[in-house]
Design a protein around this ligand. Structure first.
Ligand code: CU
Length: 148
């Protein structure tokens, strides 16, 4: 027969542990973004093959609203890259999840500009948007930071 006091302690420990685990989870979700985040919307790609600039179609970007972005790709000397292949992914580094949608290029607008549809950020916090750019100079990547 089990000792009722020990058993009661054990029963209490379950919700206490659950609350502690939930608390750590919430604390992690609530942590502020890094103070030194580069929030610029135009920058060289990681290998310096291109310059990428993004124009979110929603200003300010609202949590939970589907919208489009226009991405402009140029060579480092500013010549538009008309034939880039661009893929998009991203997520929230502090939450360990990706984008809630699968944005993709829907149109080549000409002049090195590309329409991306399907952007959505479904919670406040720090998001990264990663572009993989493949063009005449080869493949490269670039990451934009968004804080909502
Ligand atoms: Cu999140």
């Amino acid at each position: 027969m089990s000792n009722p006091i020990t058993r009661r302690r054990l029963l209490w420990s379950v919700p206490v542990i659950l609350i502690a685990v939930a608390g750590v989870g919430v604390a992690k979700m609530m942590q502020p973004p890094p103070a030194d985040l580069d929030l610029s919307l135009a920058k060289p790609t990681d290998q310096g093959l291109y310059t990428a600039a993004v124009e979110p179609g929603l200003s300010p970007i609202a949590v939970g609203t589907m919208h489009g972005w226009v991405v402009s790709i140029t060579t480092p000397d500013g010549t538009p890259v008309e034939t880039a292949e661009i893929t998009v992914d991203g997520g929230m580094p502090q939450h360990g999840h990706g984008l809630p949608t699968e944005p993709e290029v829907s149109a080549n607008l000409g002049g090195g500009r590309y329409q991306i549809e399907g952007m959505k950020f479904n919670m406040p916090g720090w998001w990264v948007v990663n572009l993989a750019v493949d063009g005449p100079a080869g493949p490269d990547t670039v990451t934009f930071n968004i804080v909502l």
